[in-house]
Design a protein around this ligand. Structure first.
Ligand SMILES: [Zn+2]
Length: 283
């Protein structure tokens, strides 16, 4: 080979290598990745798209290690959005720690009432460290990369804080996902009355850990998900998920994953379909 040709081949190889490296590091993942994190008895779901991350709930303080491990495994150094559906410990237990240890751009909550000392600390820390603290209500929109999220419900004050829960509809391309927080049958009935078409989804994060005070047959008839996930602890004292809810889901032909049996479960939406990807426990 002449020296000129050798040089050209070397140049071409260097160019190919540069393109390959660029492809590996700079091309963001276009799919929407949904990681239902096993935090024992509690809820935490990570949504990632195009290098942006939104965490919906944080699980209880006792599950901090499991949560942080999962965030690290997903390459999360910054949360664009942290959504706390309502101020109960099994949803906000690690919020302050995340606010202290990670960059959290926007904290999204249903209420800024200091429900208890722990929640008051979360709000105070967010005011110090976040760019934005948003108290949302029905109709508000949140953007995560190419995913559009609509708040279907949120209550600034409630007798039962479960019923303050932010209910979030996430649309990515043709696919729709519904996150119910701990909203009960009363809220489901209100949503059925006001906006049944917005309940229609492909994926359901089952409300209140599969408690029988939520996920009614009427609600599921409007939602018609094909996939669902329940966040609950192994042999939890509440008996979640309740048999009546599993039966309602079964009657509708919904495929259900549970963090107590399946561990952390990952789903992927490519904008046309949403599919189960992997789980950390069980066969
Ligand atoms: Zn809960």
């Amino acid at each position: 080979m002449s020296r000129a040709i050798t040089r050209q081949v070397a140049l071409l190889l260097a160019l190919l290598l540069a393109l390959f490296t660029l492809g590996c590091t700079d091309t963001p993942d276009a799919d929407l990745r949904i990681t239902v994190i096993d935090v024992g008895q509690g809820d935490a779901t990570l949504l990632s798209q195009a290098g942006r991350h939104m965490l919906i709930d944080t699980g209880s303080a006792y599950a901090a290690d499991a949560l942080l491990r999962e965030l690290e495994a997903n390459g999360v150094k910054k949360l664009d959005l942290l959504v706390l559906t309502h101020p109960h410990e099994d949803h906000v237990g690690n919020a302050r720690r995340l606010l202290m240890e990670l960059e959290v751009e926007t904290l999204v909550v249903p209420t800024d009432i200091a429900v208890d000392f722990g929640y008051d600390l979360v709000l105070a820390t967010a005011r110090e460290r976040c760019d934005d603290l948003r108290v949302v209500c029905a109709g508000d929109e949140i953007v995560l990369g190419d995913a559009r999220c609509t708040v279907l419900y949120a209550q600034v004050n409630a007798e039962d804080w479960n019923d303050a829960s932010i209910v979030l509809r996430v649309e990515y391309g043709e696919t729709a996902l519904l996150f119910m927080g701990d909203a009960g049958a009363k809220i489901e009935a209100e949503l059925l009355r006001k906006m049944p078409q917005l309940l229609d989804c492909d994926f359901l994060r089952v409300g209140h850990h599969g408690s029988e005070d939520a996920t009614t047959g009427a609600f599921l008839s409007a939602a018609t998900p094909t996939l669902a996930a329940v966040g609950c602890g192994e042999q939890n004292t509440y008996g979640f998920p309740h048999a009546a809810v599993l039966e309602n889901l079964d009657v509708m032909g919904v495929r259900v994953w549970r963090t107590d049996l399946d561990g952390t479960v990952v789903f992927i939406s490519d904008g046309e379909n949403i599919r189960f990807h992997s789980k950390s426990k069980g066969a």
